[in-house]
Each structure stands twice: as C-alpha cells, then as structure tokens.
Design a protein around this ligand. Structure first.
Ligand SMILES: Cc1cc2nc3c(=O)[nH]c(=O)nc-3n(C[C@H](O)[C@H](O)[C@H](O)COP(=O)(O)O)c2cc1C
Length: 331
C-alpha cells in the first residue's frame, strides 16, 4: 500500500491533499465532507480586512446616517471587527473539535499594524497554522517594485512577531524578480509558500461594452505556471511549497509533487465536481505510485525539480528552440 504521509509546515498530514481557502471552507458542515472524502487539511476561507471595513461602512451609512460622532464610530468599528473575529475563531474551534483535519487559518491583510495581531486570536482558537493571503495587485504607476515587495516583508515580519504556530505566505506571480523574492521570503522565518493565488480576472462584455468578471474557476492547463516556479525554486529554498492553481486531477497533483511541492491545494475542481474529486485524486495517486514502485511520496518528491540546473532560463530557451526547430507545421 502506497504511503501518502507528508510533512507540511511541520504538521504531519496523512496525504498531500488540502482543500484550499475559498467559500468551500467557510462552514464546519461543508468542511466535514472533505474529511470524509479523504483530505488531510483545510485552509479556511480568508478573513478579509477590507470586507470587515466595508461592512462597517455599510452599517454606518445605512443604520446611523448623520447620527454618529467619533466615539460612536470607534465603538462600532471595534464591535464589527470583534464579531467577525469571534465567528472565525468559532469555526476554527468547531473544525478542530469535530474533525481530525489540520486547520490552517487564512488572513487577507492590507494593513500590517492592527491586523497582524488578529492572527494571535486564531492561534488561540486552535489553528494548526496560518496562511497569509497577501495578494497585492501592482497596478499603481507611482509605486516601484521595491516598494511593493517591502510591503510583503513588513507584513510577514509583523505577523511572525505575533504567533508561534507555523506561518505560510500565499502570493501571486506578479513579481519582476520572482526567484529572488521567493528566496528572500524563504529566509524571513515563514515555514512555507503557497504558489500561486489565482486572481479574479476582469473581462469585457462586447454587448454592454463594460467590464465583466471572467471565469471564477481555473481550468486544468493553468497548473503550468505554478509547476514551472515550483520546479525552479523547490530545490533552492529550505521551506515548504504548497501548490495552488489548476490541480484538477491526480495528474497535475503528481506533477506538482515531482516538481517538489509538499502539498496540493484544491479548489476549482471541488466546486465543479464535489468533494469526491479528492477521493479520486488520492486513489489515482496511490495507483500511480504502485505502478512506479514508490513506497512513499518522499521517494519521488522533487525528482523533476531544476535544482541541479545552473541556468534554468537557458535550459528553458534551449527546450523552446528545440521544440519549434523540430516542427515544420509551426513557423
Ligand atoms: C470562489 C473562490 C473563493 C476564493 N477565496 C479565497 C480566499 O478567501 N482566500 C484565498 O487565499 N484564496 C481564495 N481563493 C483562491 C483559491 O484558494 C485558489 O488559490 C485558486 O482558486 C486556485 O486554485 P484552483 O485552481 O484549485 O481553483 C478563492 C477561489 C475561488 C474560486
């Protein structure tokens, strides 16, 4: 029998399959179904600083229009935050008490100071680890790449001061010096990186000629972006990598593990096919391991990473030229 046990962020997981942060992981009733399906851990839906802020603004505009002074304002700001944190902590507590799943809390923060301290509350509620969902879209024309990167480091350093549970950071791929940033982040004290978050892309509706949301869910070819960077970086940093985006079957999952990922986070595939997709991924991975005579995941993890390649970009260019040089149908 193939052994799928995996150590991730210092936690002992029975397999590398984690349900990623999303609406799928926002109630304990839903989360229990992933345990039955075989998942080893869940990343709970992020608590969004902006969302709480918006809720507060909405409340003040609709309920207390024109009646508030500063004290009143501060009181409700505090109250709404407390309620949100309370609800989130309760969910962590319930999942910890009612399942054997490892629970990773997730915060989406835009400011560092006050927000980082809330991570402590999730630690106290029993979270096994914390994932910081820190996706900053670099859209401002007056902000340099250095200034943007500094925000990530400030955020991470701040959170690390508050909690003792392992911390991982989930990032997008929009960095000009991605390899260097990943390497520097790996030296901050975080225990893992989740590569990559997938943003909601805006599209354009040609009838209304207005912006419209594009597909919310990933498709199965999107795994290629995280796969490349996991293969490039897993042998060069000493922290864990969790793969996210485009894992729809055991095929993508096995590739991520071969590239060096410790775990695979699944979201869109569960939205599309239900929790049983996890059961199938586990069974198919076991079958593949048996066919290749691998007794454990550690036997094949990282076999296809790029750590031995001196200049990975050069290797990629050569492969690209070879592919197109050999083909006469594509010119
Ligand atoms: C409906 C929906 C809600 C999501 N909410 C969150 C969230 O709260 N926090 C987070 O870190 N990622 C969130 N994500 C991103 C997912 O965790 C994941 O990184 C992304 O969907 C790519 O994985 P997939 O290809 O398996 O869907 C969300 C994704 C979807 C589709």
């Amino acid at each position: 029998m193939a052994n799928l046990e995996t150590k991730y962020l210092g936690l002992n997981l029975k397999n590398p399959f984690i349900v990623g942060s999303s609406g799928l992981t926002s109630t304990h009733i839903q989360i229990k179904r992933y345990e039955v399906a075989g998942a080893s851990a869940v990343v709970i839906k992020s608590i969004f600083e902006e969302e709480i802020h918006n809720e507060f603004e909405h409340f003040m505009t609709n309920e207390y229009q024109g009646h508030h002074n500063n004290e009143f304002y501060d009181y409700f700001d505090y109250k709404i935050k407390e309620q949100s944190l309370e609800k989130y902590s309760k969910l962590i507590y319930q999942v910890k008490n009612e399942t054997d799943l490892k629970v990773i809390a997730s915060i989406n923060a835009i400011s560092t100071a006050e927000w980082a301290s809330y991570a402590k509350k999730f630690e106290e509620a029993g979270a096994d680890a914390l994932e910081i969902n820190a996706f900053l879209l670099p859209t401002r024309i007056d902000e340099t790449s250095q200034e943007i990167e500094n925000k990530y480091f400030e955020l991470v350093n701040h959170v690390l001061n508050y909690v003792e549970i392992p911390v991982s950071l989930k990032i997008g791929s929009y960095f000009s010096g991605l390899a260097n940033t990943i390497h520097k982040l790996s030296q901050t004290g975080i225990k893992g990186l989740t590569l990559f978050n997938r943003t909601f892309h805006p599209d354009i509706d040609i009838d209304s000629m207005k912006l419209a949301p594009a597909m919310v869910f990933s498709s199965d070819h999107e795994y290629l972006l995280p796969l490349r960077w996991i293969a490039l970086m897993s042998g060069r940093i000493n922290i864990d990598i969790s793969a996210s985006t485009g894992i729809h079957s055991s095929t993508e999952a096995i590739k991520m593990l071969l590239a060096g990922a410790k775990t695979c986070q699944i979201v869109s595939a569960i939205y599309k096919h239900g929790p049983n997709v996890i059961t199938k991924m586990i069974e198919d991975t076991e079958r593949w391991m048996e066919s290749k005579n691998f007794a454990s995941v550690d036997d094949f993890r990282g076999l296809a990473n790029n750590s031995k390649v001196h200049d990975p970009a050069f290797l990629e260019r050569i492969q690209f030229m070879k592919y197109f040089g050999d083909r006469e149908d594509i010119v």
